[in-house]
Design a protein around this ligand. Structure first.
Ligand code: NCW
Length: 461
């Protein structure tokens, strides 16, 4: 049987605001997501991350559960405003916040689970947003982000060997500053490109700091996680082939080409024109090559054609219907996701051929349709999620063993059902069912499935 190499790491992922709750406890300051959720109409069910899965209090039980799932690693994010409540470089560091994450990390290690730590999964300290406009203010945010990163490297770098600077900057720029559906809820066609620039610079300067002062001493690696759905041309006409590449450029190349090649993609330059923020030579020197690995979040494949309502901002006509009228795969609870493993295999090949770096799949997962309206007993038998993971795990195995793509790790999204941002608690991505009334956790069949699959498909050391 084909197998992944013995050093392959796998586990599950979460993010601070989606699971921790206890937003006012332990000295935590508010983040832009607290403020966004407080605005009426922003979150589908009117909820917030105020309680979430209560993991700030239940973290020991969570680690115990992770252990039963047989994972080798756990990816989670640090809440910036738990560590520096007001966020800035002259603001005080919160020792309770440091102690919380330190205890979690030590407990993971005691249980043989390797931490993969994301510095920024969207919960910017609200004070920085109010003080100077947050991600829109280059001079301030880059310095404050680097200071925050430094505090984290100092506090945890002796025990954390895998760092991720940002999670999905596409979602931050587009959903947060262009469509206004994520915090801070801005609607603009210039701000996303300013934020694009500042997020990359902040990332690159944090990496520079890590490489210059910590990497050798602490022996870790650092990179960024970008998201991309594979773009399948509707058919092989030249217009559709061009549209598919343009889709990749706007989703991924807008960050990846800068970081790995030092330039924006041609299609982005052509369409965005002077809304793009140029990099100085000094800035580019810091940005180019600023990732030790390619962190990838991927969920689906989109069938792409030119046209659509917003082509001047890089959006194309996307869907899941093939020319013969059939659907690509099983529909998820969210409209943007259908199961299609072959697209995952092609994407992994594309990334390796284009960027030539080892890949960590830092998120991949499925929200079962109507799971929220099922009884717990029904919801834990999540056959559509198993079908999804089976499809994607096999596609990854083929990419590694047949195509020789160096995928080093895989994290299912998510360890727990949790606060799904603007969808509130209506959408469940977890391999663990969370009964929000009691906070009791119920493993779903998919958790067992992945444990068995990885046990069978990783070579013995
Ligand atoms: S929402 C989103 N997700 C999910 C989230 O739970 C996780 O924190 C993220 O890293 C699962 O994986 C990522 N990504 C953005 C999805 C696009 C939604 C499209 C809305 C169009 C207006």
């Amino acid at each position: 049987m084909a197998q992944l190499p013995s050093d392959f790491v796998w586990g599950f992922a979460t993010a601070s605001y989606q699971i921790e709750g206890s937003v006012a406890a332990g000295g935590r300051g508010p983040s832009i997501w607290d403020a966004f959720c407080a605005q009426p109409g922003k979150i589908r069910d009117g909820s917030s991350g105020e309680v979430a899965t209560d993991s700030y209090r239940l973290w020991r039980e969570d680690v115990e559960l992770l252990k039963t799932y047989g994972v080798k690693a756990y990816r989670f994010s640090l809440s910036w405003s738990r560590i520096i409540p007001l966020g800035g470089r002259t603001d005080p560091v919160n020792s309770e916040g440091i102690a919380f994450y330190r205890a979690l990390i030590e407990e993971l290690l005691k249980n043989g689970i390797e931490p993969f730590v994301t510095l920024y999964h969207w919960d910017l300290p609200q004070a920085l947003h109010e003080r100077y406009g947050g991600w829109l203010n280059k001079e301030e945010i880059v310095q404050d982000y680097v200071n925050y990163a430094k505090v984290c490297f100092e506090a945890f770098g002796d025990v954390v060997k895998n760092w991720i600077t940002h999670n999905e900057p596409w979602a931050v720029t587009i959903l947060g500053y262009e469509k206004g559906v994520f915090a801070p809820g801005h609607i603009s066609n210039t701000e996303p490109w300013i934020v694009n620039h500042n997020l990359i610079l902040a990332h690159a300067h944090a990496v520079k700091l890590y490489r210059e002062q910590y990497k050798e001493k602490q022996g870790g690696q650092i990179g960024i996680t970008l998201d991309c759905h594979w773009q399948l041309p509707y058919d092989d006409s030249p217009e559709n082939l061009e549209a598919a590449q343009r889709g990749i450029d706007f989703k991924l190349g807008r960050f990846a080409d800068l970081i790995y090649k030092g330039t924006y993609p041609e299609s982005v330059k052509r369409i965005i024109g002077d809304r793009l923020v140029e990099y100085t030579t000094e800035e580019l020197a810091v940005v180019l090559g600023s990732s030790d690995f390619f962190g990838l979040n991927t969920y689906t494949t989109q069938v792409v054609q030119p046209g659509g309502t917003d082509e001047s901002n890089g959006f194309l006509k996307t869907g899941f219907t093939l020319p013969d009228g059939s659907q690509l795969g099983t529909q998820a609870h969210v409209p943007w996701l259908q199961t299609y493993g072959p697209g995952f295999r092609t994407l992994l090949n594309y990334l390796w051929n284009t960027y030539k770096l080892p890949i960590y799949v830092t998120e991949n997962g499925f929200a079962v349709k109507n799971e929220n309206s099922l009884s717990i007993e029904e919801a834990i038998h999540d056959a559509d999620r198993i079908e999804y993971f089976h499809n994607y795990a096999n596609a990854m195995l083929q990419a590694v063993t047949e195509d020789k793509v160096p995928v080093k790790g895989y994290f299912g999204w998510s360890f727990l059902d949790n606060f799904e941002w603007a969808d509130g608690y209506q959408t469940r991505f977890g391999v663990t069912y969370v009964d929000y009334a009691t906070q009791k956790r119920y493993p779903k069949d998919s958790a067992r499935f992945l444990k068995k699959w990885f046990t069978e498909h990783i070579e013995a050391p």
